[in-house]
Write a protein that binds this ligand. Structure first.
Ligand code: SAM
Length: 315
């Protein structure tokens, strides 16, 4: 890591020079602690051959750490002032700045293709951004992201945990996730009023024989009423409680179980059983529409769940 990292004085000076006043709306809390940057870069497990994707480089604190560790860095920044200023702070030739919304980028936007996502994410869109990038960029082999601590706990939770929910199952579809530690508010400017957590993840193959959108529709339905048994919670999705029970039994899942006890493989088995059942099982609105011969919208139902709705399925 040859480049000088940014401390508190440099961050303040840079922000003043660029006329940047951090906004809450864009989750602008900038890292000003070189030790935390080094910790993130080390915990990410990068190799010199990796191509890092950073969402929200901000003033460039983490970007400076990343350019010293990998062969290329793509930095996606939604704020045009910050995107324009970044090449002045991080002068590396192997940095590409994308002034874009990370929720809307596509695989074709990146050359070379990213292999690792490493980011101090904007907290209000952290979960949908991670899920969008994993869906859109199959070349990502893993990553390390900093998110609000409660969201980190939720992303790494397994079945049976009281914080296991939609983000946990959907991330488990793509990857194995684990906690890589906690980060205190003092390392940011401005200081946020929440703790932060690091989540490391490694991509794995998704469960075989199931379609992601169909599985995610079951997950959404199961957790929309997480205190109910699956027989009840999935009745709307399946077209009735009896149909839900048939599909659950066919999938080898107890109709009396609750969504919070199921693995992603069990959710996949339910979606697969629904396709084989006489009623076909009820599907997500877009899939229902497609089967009726209509157009499929590009709106992905799984991306509506982000950490701002953290209270929605908390027990
Ligand atoms: N990486 C920097 C650091 O650690 O100091 C800044 C991190 S700050 C928590 C989040 C950054 O994400 C901000 O620079 C913000 O402008 C940017 N951002 C917010 N929403 C975004 C989006 N949808 N797409 C891309 N960047 C976004």
């Amino acid at each position: 890591m040859a480049d000088a990292l940014l401390g508190p004085a440099e961050i303040r000076e840079l922000a003043a020079r660029l006329g940047v006043t951090p906004t809450k709306k864009l989750g602008q809390n900038f890292l000003h602690d070189p030790n935390t940057i080094r910790r993130i870069v080390t915990a990410a497990g990068l190799t010199a051959d990796d191509v890092a994707l950073e969402v929200g480089p901000g003033l460039g604190s983490l970007t400076l750490g990343l350019v010293g560790a990998v062969r290329h860095v793509h930095a996606i920044e939604i704020d045009p002032r910050l995107a324009a200023a970044l090449p002045g702070t991080v002068t590396a030739a192997h940095l590409t700045v994308h002034n874009a919304d990370a929720m809307h980028v596509r695989g074709a936007d990146f050359d070379p293709p990213p292999t690792m996502l490493v980011a101090n994410l904007p907290y209000n869109v952290a979960v949908p951004v991670v899920l969008h990038l994993l869906a859109e960029l199959p070349t990502l082999r893993g990553g390390l992201v900093m998110v609000q601590k409660e969201v980190a706990d939720r992303l790494v939770a397994g079945p049976g945990s009281k914080v296991y929910g939609v983000p946990s199952v959907k991330l488990a579809w793509y990857a194995h996730a684990r906690s890589a530690g906690k980060v205190p508010p003092a390392v940011f400017w401005p200081v946020p009023n929440v703790d932060s957590g690091l989540v490391a993840f490694t991509r794995h193959d998704p469960p075989a024989g199931a379609d992601r959108r169909e599985v995610f529709a079951v997950v959404d339905a199961a957790f929309a009423q997480r205190r109910k048994t699956l027989r009840a919670a999935l009745s709307g999705w399946a077209g009735g409680a009896a149909q839900a029970e048939n599909v659950l039994v066919a999938a080898g899942v107890s109709p009396q179980a609750r969504g919070e006890s199921l693995t992603v493989e069990q959710f996949a088995a339910i979606a697969a059983a629904a396709k084989l059942s006489p009623s076909g099982g009820k599907l997500s609105p877009s899939e229902r529409h497609r089967r009726r011969g209509g157009l499929v919208t590009t709106e992905e139902p799984e991306f509506v769940n982000n950490e701002l709705q953290i209270g929605d399925d908390t027990p």
